[in-house]
Write a protein that binds this ligand. Structure first.
Ligand code: S3P
Length: 174
């Protein structure tokens, strides 16, 4: 649509399994904006997988790397992009500030049961390598909910919404 003003960066936040990557790629297809995933960027820059980074350097080092990539993006390209983030990126106040400055932040809110069903199919999440992954997810939701709320410009409750409804909802408000 040639009449539309340019889009800002669109940043997706939310717990593991909420659909950040799926919706991010769909937004990329709709807008043609570049798609960047902070986890992928960290893996590329370190040459390590997320589980390796957690195992060898610990979670707190991984959080430093997240802050690092947010800073890079802040000082980087003038072209807007679609940015999907790791589920814990909002833990640090500094990251919440960087995210809000970086563009239009969308929280894909999803209930713990749905998250658990989606995630149990995929095993590369170090935080869920516990005896009770559903319990871990519930705890993370409790801890992080206020951070997602504080950071988001738009919250979408993804329950019962189709990928396309979510995508167009975001593009209408961005
Ligand atoms: C994490 C979520 C993961 C990844 C890392 C830590 C978290 O990203 O960054 O395993 O703390 O919730 P996804 O949300 O893309 O799974």
């Amino acid at each position: 649509d040639p009449v539309r003003p340019p889009l800002p960066n669109i940043i997706l936040i939310g717990l593991m399994g909420c659909g950040k990557t799926t919706i991010g790629k769909e937004l990329h297809r709709e807008t043609n904006l570049r798609f960047t995933d902070t986890d992928q960027l960290i893996e590329q820059q370190t040459g390590m997988s997320i589980p390796q980074i957690f195992k060898i350097h610990g979670e707190s080092h991984f959080r430093d790397l997240e802050t690092g990539v947010l800073r890079q993006m802040q000082s980087g390209s003038r072209h807007s992009r679609i940015i999907s983030t790791g589920g814990g990126i909002t833990i640090r106040p500094e990251n919440r500030k960087l995210l809000k400055e970086l563009g239009f932040v969308v929280w894909l809110h999803t209930d713990v049961n749905t998250l658990y069903q989606r995630i149990s199919r995929c095993s590369n999440r170090p935080l869920l390598q516990a005896p009770d992954p559903r319990g871990v997810l519930a705890r993370l939701m409790d801890e992080r909910l206020p951070f997602y709320q504080e950071t988001a410009h738009l919250t979408i409750d993804t329950a019962n919404l189709h990928i396309h409804e979510i995508t167009f909802g975001i593009l209408e408000s961005a």
